[in-house]
Design a protein around this ligand. Structure first.
Ligand SMILES: Nc1nc2c(ncn2[C@@H]2O[C@H](COP(=O)(O)OP(=O)(O)OP(=O)(O)O)[C@@H](O)[C@H]2O)c(=O)[nH]1
Ligand SMILES: [Mg+2]
Length: 420
């Protein structure tokens, strides 16, 4: 199993409700409001790690919820904050929203992103005490959060992408030059998912990824399909291996063109990646002649390095060439586009619609925030609600839209008479 794309569900914690407690004590009447604030809900946090290189863990767990904040209590006691939830993803994971927009690019080991913020706790009733309202019997509700669906997409961050037709010796090369121990066998599709290996050359280290399954039609889904091609996107250099002997009765020149064609039809931008060619299986009959033919056609355009990987021949020169080429190339960078926020909620905006003569409706983020946070059955609470409408400019906007005393105003589920 190798999972490099998966849908998961995440939810930040709800804010705890504020308390509407009124202070009571022996011999003291009407001790005043003493309801504490609700605690904030926990955040959903993503952390990038080098110690994972697949998204397999998300096959088993798809739902992630941070803890809810506790409700406020009497004697102004604060509700406890909800616990954050930390989700570890491999370096190179993109987090996307359900519209496919990028929410985070988890690029660096240890990178930490708060993807969802916990709901704010509601204020306790003592916040709402005024000279005219000595004992407010209402408190704010905590902000309730909703669940979001996100897609995790792993684009391996390797310096070098190893490409080539099946059975040409990609895994053999990786096993010879790096610490990786991939399976090697004399048949097609031995390697079923990308393998990574770290290659050391003097002081320099680089990561090489064996990208399996490239055949004719791969960019349209043939064989293992194009899904692994996404692991090439972030490499800095491609190393294209050929079975230069054409031992399977194939023509190395046309294989080379065919594989390039698949790569570039997956993504035109990959044409910008430099490519080094490895002419492997030089020990086999026909290799020398084919190498000449290949050099005649492509020798000027590409650096071609002959190898017999099974006996490590030519491999040192190849590694030196790769290492030197990498030094000339810019380091890979995280995506430059600005990530979008998952919680796009606006709590300031509102819109006024004239439903009919003398009937106005107010909608928008402000209204949703208000009606969620306030218990409107309560008279005091309703007064507060109207005050917020006034403070945020809703009342004057209604007036500008033509509302006069006695008109009906609908805000969320509430209907009231407009009074200046
Ligand atoms: N004669 C010869 N055989 C080689 C050489 N390099 C690899 N092989 C053999 O070629 C076969 C395929 O090698 P792999 O490394 O598994 O090839 P691959 O490109 O990873 O193949 P897939 O994973 O199926 O795409 C194995 O039997 C290797 O032993 C070489 O330089 N000379
Ligand atoms: Mg292989």
């Amino acid at each position: 199993m190798f999972i490099d794309k998966v849908k998961i569900f995440i939810k930040a914690g709800n804010g705890g409700n504020g308390s509407a407690s009124l202070h009571t004590e022996k011999y003291v009447n009407n001790g005043g409001p003493d309801g504490g604030d609700g605690g904030k809900g926990g955040d959903v946090i993503f952390v990038a790690t080098n110690s994972e290189n697949t998204l397999n863990a998300f096959h088993y767990q798809k739902h992630f919820r941070a803890g809810d904040g506790e409700n406020g209590g009497r004697q102004r006691s604060f509700g406890k904050q909800g616990a954050d939830i930390v989700i570890k993803v491999p370096v190179g994971t993109l987090v996307k929203n359900s519209d496919g927009e990028i929410v985070a690019d988890m690029f660096y080991d240890g990178q930490r992103e708060i993807i969802l913020q916990g709901g704010k706790g509601g204020k306790g009733n003592w916040h709402f005490k005024t000279s005219r309202r000595q004992s407010p019997s209402f408190a704010e509700h905590g902000v309730k959060t909703r669940e979001y669906e996100v897609t995790l997409e792993l684009k391996t961050i390797a310096d070098v992408g190893l490409v080539g037709f099946p059975n040409v010796g990609k895994s053999t090369l990786l096993s010879v030059v790096s610490d990786a121990k991939p399976k090697i066998a004399n048949y097609h599709f031995t390697t079923l998912s990308p393998n990574l290996g770290v290659v050391s050359y003097y002081e320099q280290n680089f990561v090489m990824a064996d990208i399996p399954g490239l055949i004719e039609g791969a960019s349209e889904g043939a064989g293992l399909g194009h899904s692994f091609l996404r692991h090439i996107e972030r490499t800095r250099l491609l190393v294209h291996i050929l079975d230069i002997s054409g031992s399977e009765g194939r023509d190395p020149v046309s294989d080379f063109e065919l594989i390039n064609n698949e790569i570039y039809s997956y993504d035109q931008n990959l044409k910008k990646l430099p490519m080094i060619v490895v002419a492997n299986k030089m020990d086999m009959p026909g290799a020398e002649e084919n190498l000449d033919l290949f050099q005649k056609k492509y020798g000027k355009k590409y650096t071609v390095i002959p190898t017999t990987t099974i006996i490590h021949e030519g491999v040192d020169k190849l590694i030196a060439t790769i290492a030197e080429t990498l030094l000339q190339l810019p380091p890979s960078e995280p995506l430059t586009q600005t990530p979008v926020k998952l919680q796009k909620e606006q709590t300031e905006d509102f819109y006024i619609d004239i439903l009919q003569d003398n009937v106005f409706e107010v909608t928008g983020g402000l209204v949703e925030m208000l009606t969620r946070k306030i218990n409107l059955d309560d008279y005091d609470s309703f007064g507060y609600f109207q005050k917020v409408l006034r403070d945020r400019g809703v009342i004057s906007a209604l007036r500008k839209s033509g509302a006069v005393d006695g008109d009906t105003v609908i805000v969320g589920d509430v209907e009231f008479e407009f009074v200046e």
